[in-house]
Design a protein around this ligand. Structure first.
Ligand code: SF4
Length: 737
């Protein structure tokens, strides 16, 4: 019996209704771990080059890792990969919540979804038994309504639901895959892909919560130490207190709160939309993911223009407060909370939608768009128009139909507004400014799926004044000294690349980046390695191997993009990022130059073993990373022709030698024409889901554990960090959603 994983991947062919179970080898799990790296394996082996991202040939992978479902903070996450309808290259997005752990308990390590169902269906997995069921009655329902109906239909209020809302059904390119109506695989349009396949939902239930692990005692020690350390780590404690929303005030103070669609780094109206104000006014509850003691999620209640903002849709994160707030110059917290609710209700990425609306406002300001074209006074600061447009995008109503394409495609369709875009590879930039965080700018440019703030460490963590705790952890990744603020020299490029590999591992191990990682986290690299060994029993898994997993994933993505004809020319930041920042504050007048970015990219490709001209991995790099099977997809670092797909399919699989075998007689291999009768009489929800899950999480992390010998030392280190002067603490903080 493997430790940490089920050894089963479910293949779902929606065109034929066929469900097959593959049992990969142990070496497969060690090579990829899970998440995005595992998803990339299937995508490279099964997705036809040149496929329409919203057509039946796209393949959607939903992957857990060898760590998912273990009783420790920050492991209940899932990664979605597919060809992105925004980027036209690879898409990638992570979510948290309770669904990932429940899918593991339900018996699978991941799903590979191909084809397109002739009618809406949902996938129901109960204790390792998968079946497809009709979802016609759920089509068009908003997320919370659909979840309620599914629980009633299945007679079990403990099922976990991952689904698309009406936005995914309407093929809104910024659509998200939602779970709990509050957690999103938001970025790169994965919800539109799922909607295009007529797959409304995946519903899971695993009655046994027992997951075999190699060293449960060690896992409990780590969990206990983590739970006891939350309050001693100022960044993590801050996350618990104000959520990621706590970052708004800090970002504004250092001039890195994107304002007026990235024209400035300070927003006059930041205070009403800050985490502190949210905590004091509309916050009703702190929520969490399965087994996590950090509790960073928000639950708010308020109203805007008479429309209630309800607890069931959670509350806004930092990125949401920025994109719908400062990007749009809206200082009304209730309006931002309502926009957040609409996104969760209809299933949309708050970053993509908020930033697209900000782009339209910028176009209005600059006379590129008129009120007559937009149909609304969509001006900076108009909270009502901002909220209205959010709903119009979800439903593709009026000008919302244009903005539902994402800002880059909207500009293409209108034939104007390109100079005002803040997109990289079609993906709207999150709320961290590359003008100040320059290594992040480099990562925005070279990342295969566009601008992302959770794919490397942020500059303040290594710049002068960085905390000893985090510098100690960065040392384990090869950074041994602090760097000058706003630098982008060779050392900064190395910092960007090394931490990118670590974060890429996190997205393969499906670990939360607020809990595990080099900085701004509870646990560091050493504990991460200890966790992998304790769960799997590999015993010799090291930081070097961890970094190799992350690097492997990135190289697989670059190969995928190369196969799609995407090369270095796509690694470009928007023109707007090279303009001097306006307004007041520490970043007023600050610019990023194309020359320094070009130099940094040259250094980055060199360090990565990628061809300087195309930015594609060389043969030597692929062989070094045990990816020799992908060499045929690129030639001397240049994309080869599309017909290679046939050669590859004949040679697959490689690592997972055991071919998929049919499941033991699935009850309904094809979607039924009508909705099946409920399995049992619906049970009324006994109490709020959050309360039920919190109790389960608490139980999971408070199991008896032997005292951890090293804990006092680590606790002392955390306390030491907590005692640092305020100025130092500041540098060790503030990023991410
Ligand atoms: S830190 Fe927050 S997002 Fe991460 S696992 Fe915990 S509750 Fe979920």
């Amino acid at each position: 019996m493997p430790n940490g994983y089920n050894g089963k991947i479910l293949h779902v062919n929606l065109t034929t209704g066929e469900l097959t179970v593959e049992t990969p080898s142990a070496s497969f799990y060690r090579k990829y771990l899970g998440g995005s790296a595992m998803g990339m394996h299937y995508i490279l082996n099964t997705l036809k080059p040149g496929a329409d991202p919203l057509g039946p040939d796209n393949v959607l992978t939903l992957m857990l890792s060898v760590l998912t479902g273990t009783p420790i903070s920050g492991q209940s996450r899932l990664t979605a990969n597919a060809k992105s309808p925004l980027a036209d290259g690879i898409g990638d997005s992570q979510c948290g919540g309770f669904f990932p752990a429940e899918l593991k308990f339900a018996g699978f390590d991941g799903l590979v979804v191909s084809g397109k169902s002739p009618r809406p269906v949902y996938l129901w997995i109960s204790d390792s038994k998968p079946e497809l069921r009709d979802a016609s009655h759920l089509w068009g329902k908003t997320t919370h309504d659909a979840e309620t109906m599914l629980k009633a239909e299945l007679g079990d209020d403990k099922v976990e639901v991952m689904q698309v809302g009406p936005a995914g059904e309407n093929l809104v390119r910024t659509a998200a895959i939602m779970n709990m109506s509050t957690r999103a695989n938001g970025r790169t349009g994965m919800g539109a892909v799922m909607g295009s396949k007529n797959l409304k939902a995946v519903v899971v239930r695993g009655k046994s919560k027992r997951l075999a692990t190699h060293d449960p005692k060690k896992i409990n020690e780590l969990a206990k130490w983590g739970a006891a350390s939350v309050d001693g780590n100022p960044d993590v404690a801050g996350l618990k207190l104000h959520g990621t929303a706590g970052v708004v005030s800090f970002q504004n103070s250092i001039g890195t709160l994107p304002t007026f669609n990235y024209d400035a780094g300070q927003f006059e109206g930041f205070e009403p939309i800050s985490g502190e104000v949210m905590t004091e006014t509309i916050l009703k509850e702190r929520d969490t993911c399965y087994a996590c003691t950090v509790n960073c999620k928000r639950v708010v209640e308020t109203s805007f223009n008479g429309v209630p903002v309800e607890r069931k849709y959670g509350g806004p994160e930092y990125e949401t407060l920025s994109t719908f707030g400062s990007y749009c110059a809206v200082d009304n917290l209730a309006a931002v909370a309502l926009a957040n609710q609409i996104c969760n209700e209809y299933g949309m990425d708050t970053i993509g939608v908020g930033a697209t609306i900000a782009w339209a406002m910028d176009c209005m300001k600059n006379g590129v768009l008129t009120e007559a074209e937009v149909g609304l006074p969509l001006h900076y600061g108009n909270a009502e128009a901002m909220v209205q447009m959010t709903r119009m995008i979800a439903l593709r109503e009026g000008f919302g139909d244009v903005l539902a394409e994402g800002s880059r495609r909207a500009a293409d369709r209108l034939g104007k507004g390109h100079d005002l875009l803040i997109t990289v590879k079609g993906t709207e930039a999150p709320a961290h400014m590359p003008q100040a965080k320059r290594s992040l700018g480099l990562i925005y440019a070279v990342l295969p799926f566009g601008a992302d703030h959770q794919s490397s460490e942020h500059d303040p963590m290594v710049e002068e004044g960085a905390s000893d705790l985090y510098m100690g952890r960065l040392k384990m990744l090869g950074m041994d000294h602090t760097l000058a603020p706003r630098s982008l020299d060779g050392d900064k490029v190395k910092f960007a690349q090394k931490t990118q590999h670590f974060y890429s591992f996190l997205d393969s191990a499906d670990l939360c980046q607020f809990v595990w990682g080099p900085a701004w986290t509870l646990y560091g690299p050493q504990e991460t390695v200890e966790l992998v060994n304790a769960v799997t029993g590999w015993s010799d898994f090291t930081i070097d191997e961890l970094m190799a997993v992350g690097e492997r994933r990135l190289n697989m993505m670059r190969v995928f993009n190369a196969r799609e004809g995407i090369d270095r020319t796509a690694d470009k930041l928007p023109r707007k990022f090279y303009k001097a920042l306006q307004g007041e504050g520490p970043t007023a007048g600050v610019t990023l130059s194309p020359e320094e970015m070009e130099r940094a990219q040259d250094a980055y490709y060199e360090m990565s073993g990628w061809d300087q001209v195309t930015g594609t991995p060389t043969r030597a790099t692929l062989e070094r990373l045990d990816l020799a099977s992908l060499v045929g997809l690129v030639s001397h670092g240049r994309p080869r022709v599309v017909t290679l797909y046939k050669e590859r399919t004949m040679n697959m699989p490689n690592e997972s030698q055991q071919m998929p075998t049919p499941t033991p007689a699935p009850a309904e291999p094809a979607a039924p024409a009508t909705a099946p009768a409920p399995m049992a009489a619906p049970k009324p929800a006994a109490r709020a889901k959050a309360a039920v899950k919190k109790a389960a999480a608490k139980k999971a992390v408070t199991k008896k554990a032997a005292p951890k010998k090293a804990a006092p030392k680590k606790k002392a280190a955390a306390k030491k960090a907590a005692k640092k002067p305020a100025a130092k603490k500041k540098t060790a903080a503030k990023r991410r959603k």
